[in-house]
Ligand binder design. Structure first.
Ligand SMILES: [Zn+2]
Length: 275
């Protein structure tokens, strides 16, 4: 199962960066990992500061990792040399580090992304400032408040008896076949999203929709809500805008599927075990 982020405490936010704190450091969309430590483990703030002269004014509080205050920092993309740190995108850590660490890293990335895209008020265009110890930003002019935005998506394994529906998304190289997924629309229930997305993507009707589990998905700010659903009617007709190929697969002849660290991989593994 996908683990809980028990090691990251977000009930309290740290107030002021100190030398001994932890720091997640990103350069653009890439995360920097020390060559001397385990992949994905945050830096000691002092160590990262010595390398990149971090701007403490722009430190983003993340919470407490293993009891220690933890921050996120963004440095210019061209300011690291590759000598002191490995640079890689966040996705490359998925499945390579434990879930709690991945989610802490993902939270750091999401909060940096949120700050970066909310420097100005979306309503009146004035600069925003940080309030509530970093939990929100507020407009200095019109008082509009914005909390970090999370976009819910459903991801669904559709089955037909012993077979499961897997699809290769359009626009990607066919690296693997996955379960269907899509963003929720305002006003929808999760179940309605499941029915709509499946119908839109492959043209079939589904029922018996059951919740499975969820996974934060920081690419950049989704939460994936996993479901099982059963085929009710219709033939598969892939929507070419979204799906390149979709088929019913037998358990004995599965195509390449997503890693178990992803919720899609978990849905597939659970389905196969349950039969
Ligand atoms: Zn405003």
């Amino acid at each position: 199962m996908i683990g809980d982020s028990t090691l990251l405490d977000i009930s309290v936010f740290p107030q002021r960066p100190e030398a001994d704190d932890w720091a997640f450091v990103f350069a653009g969309r890439n995360t920097l990992t020390s060559l001397r430590g385990q992949p994905g483990v945050p830096w000691r703030l002092e160590e990262a500061d010595a390398l990149w002269h971090l701007n403490k004014e722009l430190a983003v509080p993340i919470g407490y990792w293993e009891g220690k205050a933890t921050w996120a920092f963004s440095i210019p993309e061209d300011s690291h040399t590759g000598v002191e740190a490995l640079s890689g995108n966040l996705y490359s850590l998925l499945g390579r580090v434990d879930d709690a660490l991945f989610h802490a890293h993902g939270r750091a990335y999401q909060l940096l992304h949120w700050r970066d895209t909310h420097q100005y008020c979306g309503r009146c265009g004035s600069p925003t400032s940080i309030i509530e110890h970093g939990r929100a930003v507020a407009c200095g002019d019109c008082s509009t408040r914005v909390y970090p935005r999370i976009s819910p998506c459903v991801i669904v394994l559709v089955s037909k008896g012993d077979k499961l529906l897997l699809a290769a998304a359009a626009g990607y190289q066919k690296r693997f076949y996955s379960t269907l997924a899509g963003f929720m629309e305002p006003g929808e229930t999760c179940e309605q999203t499941v029915m709509r997305e499946v119908k839109e993507e492959v043209g079939i009707e589904v029922g018996n929709i059951r919740y499975f589990t969820s996974q934060p998905w920081p690419f950049p700010s989704q939460v994936m809500l996993g479901f099982f659903a059963e085929w009710q009617s219709g033939d598969i007709v892939p929507n070419p805008d979204e799906i390149e190929e979709a088929e019913w697969f037998d358990r004995s002849s599965l195509p390449p599927t997503p890693p178990n660290a992803s919720i899609s991989g978990q849905l597939i593994a659970h389905f196969l075990q349950a039969r």
